[in-house]
Design a protein around this ligand. Structure first.
Ligand code: SF4
Ligand code: SF4
Ligand code: SF4
Length: 211
């Protein structure tokens, strides 16, 4: 079977949350690694034991336990934004691999729950910790996986069209607060001050309402 065809068949078995927990930038690169480099089949926590069994059958490999280094399998969660504390910085939008967050600069943001894959990549970049993962009221289905794949591909195409330099999605999605703070150091002093003021106000407001 040609490698691209095998990759397609492997990719069809992956959950398409694009969470990067397998250690790859998204589901498709992990599928390519399994097809081309004999990568392990037990690195996808969202797929869990059922996903590993399906991959083992397709690739004629022994079933293995989920690699704990990649995380644990758990019921679907979705992100929710505490809009009262959101400062509209847009970092979560930049991190979301499937365009499940809407909002504009300096305006509150919100999650479209039906599009959210539960990847949790938006949580760490939020500078005011106003994004929480909560239990979803639905299961992850093949139809949702297909929709997530489409949204991911559309986003990738848009990013490639806008950013010709090789600024990887992973660089943003794996961003943490320290990296973001360091990136802010490279910004203009006026903008740095603005960000600092906004964050100070947001934290003060949060501390005031905290129990
Ligand atoms: S769902 Fe997450 S862990 Fe599984 S293949 Fe896709 S990106 Fe990797
Ligand atoms: S809203 Fe957050 S958890 Fe949901 S898909 Fe986007 S980045 Fe992932
Ligand atoms: S990262 Fe947090 S503060 Fe920034 S827009 Fe998203 S939810 Fe709002």
């Amino acid at each position: 079977m040609p490698a691209s065809q095998l990759t397609d068949r492997i990719d069809a078995l992956l959950p398409q949350t694009q969470c990067t927990k397998c250690g790859y930038d998204a589901c498709r690169p992990y599928a390519e690694a399994m097809a081309q480099s004999h990568e392990a089949i037990n690195r996808c926590p969202p797929g869990g034991a059922a996903g590993i069994a399906a991959l083992a059958a397709l690739l004629d490999r022994p079933i293995a336990l989920l690699d704990p280094d990649c995380g644990a399998h758990q019921p679907l969660q979705v992100a929710t934004i505490d809009e009262a504390h959101c400062i509209g910085c847009t970092l979560c939008i930049q991190a979301c691999p499937v365009d499940a967050i809407v909002g504009a600069n300096k305006q509150m943001h919100t999650v479209i729950a039906d599009l959210c894959t539960g990847c949790d990549l938006c949580v760490a970049p939020c500078p005011v910790d106003c994004i929480t993962m909560v239990a979803a009221d639905h299961d992850w289905t093949p139809a949702l996986a297909q929709a997530a794949r489409t949204h991911y591909q559309q986003r990738q195409s848009r990013l490639l069209a806008r950013h010709h330099e090789n600024s990887t999605l992973a660089a943003r999605t794996l961003a943490n607060k320290a990296e973001l703070a360091s990136a802010a150091q490279n910004d203009t002093p006026a903008k740095q001050q603005l960000i600092a003021d906004v964050l100070t106000r947001a934290r003060a407001r949060r501390n005031k309402v905290a129990p």
